[in-house]
Ligand binder design. Structure first.
Ligand code: ATP
Length: 147
């Protein structure tokens, strides 16, 4: 099924700003972002990433949508607590949660990111993370562009 990831982003923003009353900034750099794949699954990925960004930060969250020609690139950027270097390589493992005590306060099972990464990979894409403790975290979802 072919669909526009831009539409999914706009719908997600409506949902989350309504539920959390937090600012989500979005200035897409593309007019369309057509993807071939499972729309419900990719919506789930977008929700997981935005939900985490809101859960683990208390400032605004920024989304970016761009392309390098072959891939559609979607970024979720937060200015929260970040993820320590030593934990970064484990956050895509099932049930892994950084700092058990702190994570317990926010709730969750630690299944969001492994699911998100698996969905990205079955779409021949990738889910990457960059983070600096005390500065924030950026998750980047890359998916093949459909013309
Ligand atoms: P859930 O399964 O409900 O999403 P969760 O948020 O604990 O629960 P994951 O989404 O897999 O599970 O995230 C794993 C861990 O990675 C989290 O517990 C958290 O410690 C860390 N993490 C994820 N996203 C962020 C973020 N944006 N900023 C800081 N830490 C994060």
């Amino acid at each position: 099924e072919k669909f526009n990831l831009l539409g999914l982003c706009q719908m997600a923003i409506k949902r989350f700003t309504g539920a959390y009353h937090r600012e989500i900034i979005f200035h897409p750099q593309v007019k369309e972002a057509h993807i071939l794949g499972n729309k419900e699954q990719l919506q789930q990925v977008i929700y997981i990433l935005i939900d985490n960004a809101l859960k683990y930060s208390d400032r605004e969250v920024k989304l970016e949508l761009l392309t390098d020609g072959t891939m559609i690139i979607f970024k979720v950027i937060d200015y929260g607590q970040g993820i320590p270097e030593k934990d970064l390589k484990y956050i895509f493992d099932r049930f892994y949660r950084v700092d058990k005590a702190r994570s317990r306060e926010t709730g969750g099972t630690g299944l969001g990111l492994p699911i998100a990464k698996a969905i990205a990979q079955v779409h021949r894409g990738e889910l990457l993370v960059e983070s600096k403790p005390g500065e924030g975290t950026t998750f980047t979802l890359e998916l093949p562009r459909s013309q």
